[in-house]
Design a protein around this ligand. Structure first.
Ligand code: FE2
Length: 164
């Protein structure tokens, strides 16, 4: 069983990574005007996501919501306090402009993410009414009434993805 859990974990990570890579490949195909390939990549990404979720569930590591929120909070605090700051410094030293911007967005939005998780931890019966709005550039999350432009990156609210 231990080996199976290891294997499931490996394939969960592999499929989760493929899911994201294929979505990025779909965007690239769209930009090249290859909508058919873009659609195929999105289908592949969805299939990979199904496998990733299935493998992860089979590891038995999905807990109660209270425990899952605690785990998410710890992960996000680690990213905010340890992972991102050191990585931003590396990018600055290497003058990696695009990498620095991407990592800085991750660092900037971490408090937003931590705050939302804390809100859910403090109120497990939180309302389900109202939508979340996610900025496609920096990952900022707004609730119910989003700003006209993202306060972190300036993207227009019409570009946000609504989670209703
Ligand atoms: Fe943004």
């Amino acid at each position: 069983m231990a080996r199976t859990v290891d294997n499931l974990t490996k394939m969960f990570l592999s499929n989760a990574e493929s899911n994201i890579r294929y979505l990025a490949f779909a965007e690239a195909a769209d930009q090249e005007g290859r909508q058919g390939v873009a659609k195929a990549f999105r289908a592949l990404a969805m299939s990979k996501m199904v496998h990733a979720i299935s493998h992860f569930k089979a590891t038995g590591l999905v807990d109660t919501t209270a425990e899952n929120l605690k785990q998410a909070s710890e992960e996000e605090k680690y990213d905010y306090k340890s992972a991102y700051p050191a990585m931003v410094q590396d990018a600055v030293k290497e003058d990696a402009i695009q990498g620095r911007h991407s990592l800085e967005y991750g660092l900037s939005i971490a408090p937003v993410i931590i705050k939302l998780i804390a809100k859910a931890m403090n109120n497990p019966d939180m309302e389900s009414e109202g939508s979340y709005y996610i900025c496609p550039v920096c990952g900022n999350i707004e609730f119910k009434t989003p700003s006209e432009k993202c306060p972190f990156c300036g993207v227009d609210v019409s570009q946000f993805t609504e989670i209703s």
